[in-house]
Design a protein around this ligand. Structure first.
Ligand code: UTP
Length: 483
């Protein structure tokens, strides 16, 4: 890699000297050829990087022989609260619901969407939240969530604030999208977008990569970066000033999510939990979700991709059910001050994980490299790694059909097509439960498109009440929209 000449601009800059000392001088290999604006841009990016952190991650995650896997000795499935229909205590669920409704009426809950991902699998050009998902109206993911938040406000008399974590790449487009759509009826002063942090990508040798002569290959620091970003952006202070102490965390890709779920909120508050999570029973050993487990007396999520997990996936209970069955669907409640403690770090910081990727970058001569196999590593934090640090963490069961159908891939499983079908099944179920005849196939899928707006109903119960009041009743036919 090129080095700078003794009296060149690069040689005299203190930040560049620090990079040189850390063995990362290649970041400035082309500095002397850049115009002043480009130099400033590169220096500003370099100033974001914690070189000591990169050195530590290189030593722990990249060095050959370093143990990158988790020691799963003694790993056991985490306990969870089953739903009443699966043997849970109906009285406890009713108490949770009442407590959650009180919290919503008291304005103790803020909605929080993580939307800083790159969405590479979907391959959609734009922030994922602007992707249209509903069957008839083609509402975007952001509009669906906005309407769910509005609906909660109408029901409980207080509209929660909504925080949205973006990335550097999609922040402006996200803000513009909301402004163009009048925030879908929400008060713009109660919708807050903020950027998450970034981490540099490194080569397999730990050297920070450039994506252009004046740009470091930077990428979002993972959804776990949410904890630091919530603190840094002032979101936690804003919540505190408003009396909100509970953060309802959900991902941008899941339009079925019950983003302000009274039962879940109630369980979280009644148990004094700092971090609560929802689980679904895994559809089979091969389903690609993380697993709620207990390791060394602490609740943890172990990813499906964790090599040491592989032999455990098919293990069965005596009744034939999967032993590691509690799948994580990335829906959490976080106590505001727990997030603050985690964000401030000290000895309770989230770990980074290594993700090997194909990273478009420059070689040492400045030529573009378009790799066909992983040539580098990105570092990401995962929000569920906060679990072992949380007081009284609980996991509750949710019904997959009413909470989880993510849009991850362009086609196949977890795609726009499967998500659309899951929405249609939900609408058909609600109609049937309200006594309306609607034909479906064996999977519950109706033969035509229809749609129920969150502003009409957000669950089976609110649907039955709204339907009852509706007069005259609409015909159940293709394109039916209840809004
Ligand atoms: P995914 O793990 O599905 O990643 O994110 P992704 O980047 O969106 O998609 P791929 O893997 O490139 O296809 C799960 C959730 O976490 C958010 C995403 O926006 C999504 O809501 N996320 C992920 C962040 O907010 N920041 C990140 O750095 C990563």
């Amino acid at each position: 890699m090129a080095t700078c000449q003794p009296n060149s601009p690069a040689a005299s800059h203190p930040l560049i000297a620090t990079f040189n000392r850390a063995g990362q001088g290649q970041v400035f290999a082309f500095f002397d050829r850049l115009d002043p604006d480009s130099r400033d841009r590169l220096l500003a990016q370099a100033a974001e990087i914690d070189l000591a952190e990169i050195a530590r991650l290189t030593a722990t995650l990249l060095t050959p022989g370093a143990n990158t896997g988790t020691d799963l000795l003694g790993l056991a499935p985490a306990p969870y609260e089953p739903r009443p229909e699966n043997g849970g205590d109906p009285t406890a669920w009713a108490a949770a619901r009442a407590a959650g409704e009180t919290a919503l009426r008291d304005g103790r809950v803020a909605a929080f969407t993580v939307a800083g991902g790159q969405g590479t699998r979907l391959g959609y050009d734009g922030p994922k939240g602007t992707f249209p998902v509903t069957p008839v109206q083609r509402k975007t993911l952001f509009q669906v969530f906005a309407e769910k938040i509005l609906a909660a406000g109408r029901r409980f008399g207080r509209t929660p604030r909504w925080f949205i974590m973006t990335s550097h790449a999609n922040h402006e487009a996200t803000e513009t999208f909301f402004a163009t759509h009048n925030f879908f009826g929400l008060n713009p002063e109660r919708v807050h977008c903020f950027r998450q942090g970034r981490m540099p990508a490194v080569g397999l040798d730990g050297k920070i990569l450039l994506e252009a002569p004046d740009a470091i290959a930077l990428s979002p620091d993972g959804h776990g970066g949410a904890l630091r970003a919530l603190e840094r952006s002032g979101a936690l202070d804003r919540m505190a000033a408003d009396g909100a102490d509970t953060i309802s965390y959900f991902q941008v890709d899941n339009p079925l999510v019950r983003c302000l779920d009274a039962e879940f909120i109630g369980w979280h508050l009644l148990r004094g939990s700092a971090l609560s999570s929802k689980m679904v029973v895994k559809s089979g050993p091969e389903e690609k979700v993380g697993h709620f487990c207990v390791l060394g007396g602490r609740t943890v999520v172990i990813e499906y991709s964790e090599p040491a997990m592989q032999p455990k996936l098919p293990e069965k209970n005596p009744d034939g059910s999967l032993r590691f069955r509690a799948g994580s669907i990335a829906i959490h409640l976080l106590d505001r001050e727990f997030v603050r403690r985690m964000a401030r770090g000290g000895n309770i910081a989230l770990p980074f994980h290594r993700a090997d990727k194909q990273i478009v970058c420059l070689d040492s001569a400045g030529n573009p490299v378009k790799p066909t196999k992983p040539n580098g590593v990105k570092f990401e934090q995962f929000v569920f790694d906060a679990l072992p640090f949380a007081q009284n963490p609980i996991v509750i069961e949710t019904s997959r059909a009413d909470d989880f159908s993510p849009v991850k891939n362009a086609a196949g499983p977890d795609s726009p097509a499967t998500c659309r079908a899951d929405q249609l099944r939900q609408f058909a179920r609600w109609l049937r439960a309200a006594g309306v005849a609607i034909a479906t196939d064996a999977t519950g899928l109706p033969p035509f498109d229809l749609e129920i707006s969150p502003l009409f109903a957000t669950d089976q119960e609110t649907f039955a009440a709204a339907w009852e009041k509706l007069s005259p009743k609409p015909k159940i036919e293709p394109g039916l929209y209840l809004g």
